[in-house]
Design a protein around this ligand. Sequence first.
Ligand SMILES: N[C@@H](CCC(=O)N[C@@H](CS)C(=O)NCC(=O)O)C(=O)O
Length: 119
Amino acid sequence: MKVIRLVLGQLILLLNAIFSPRAMKRSEDAQQQVNDQAKQLQLYQFESCPFCVKVRRSAKRLNLPLATVDAKQPDNEQVLIEQGGKRKVPCLRIEDKSGQVKWMYESNDIVAYLEQRFA
Ligand SMILES: N[C@@H](CCC(=O)N[C@@H](CS)C(=O)NCC(=O)O)C(=O)O
């Protein structure tokens, strides 16, 4: 089972690399604003998790430099569980201008949020 999961994970990464989405283009100013806003976002993820790949593809399409955090690293995993509420990925950590932090689970919700904010 572990081997099958490993092979499938690698296959997903390969297909993702081959069929990489095209990044949208913006004016320099608009892209700079997106880059600045992206600094308040972090995607807690596993590299080959299909749901995480889906979110990363959405970020790529939106030309959003989304920082990723490896939730398999014990320190990161602990932060995710303690602050996010559960060990599940993908999870988007969203910090607003006042420093308030929100943790968003579910790939569909995260993609919808990114689309609504950056498309
Ligand atoms: N419905 C969720 C499914 C997410 C999911 O099942 N993630 C798996 C990894 S692919 C997970 O975090 N499992 C918990 C674990 O491995 O501890 C979504 O679309 O985000």
